[in-house]
Design a protein. Sequence first.
Length: 199
Amino acid sequence: MAIKYLKKAIKTPSTDDHKTRTVVQNILNDIEKRKEDSIKEITKKFDKYEGEIVVSKDKIEEAIKKVDQKTKDDVQFAYERIKKFAEYQLKSMNNNFEVELSKGLFAGQRLIPVNTAGCYIPGGRYAHISSAVMAITPAKVAGVKTIICASPPKDQNGANPGIIYAANLCGANVILNLGGIAAIPPKFKITSAPQRLAA
């Protein structure tokens, strides 16, 4: 039976999936080819940002100083609870299993440890500080060795100070001033050493 649409939108440049996919693929190919040079170019073009990509220890310290005490207290409160929950959750997730739901239909769970986790923290229009706490903390509790956090630069100072504060507190090994497509290339390797302050 053929699909019959009751209503169908006309594709426009903003909704044409093929065109969007092509543009994104071209950007990813350029990033794979030119690495950090391409990342810097994209960040300048889309975010109007030309500062450091990997947030240095000095910039983390600056950001921590900019965050008001009430926000720090709120982040600490959320962090402690999320960490405690993640610790209990980890204890309960120690078994792989498989079950035959019906003849020949199997479902199950396999626990596969990872060495690196990438956590994207939205920070464009609004700073999603809680996303940093909720993404990084469980990864840290699970024992992920390298946690990379990316958040778009909000201005020429880089990512939102609250996001940088939370990412550092929760255990991100590297914090990047990157948003959108620049933050997700599959083969981008960070050449700078991981940066983190003791929380």
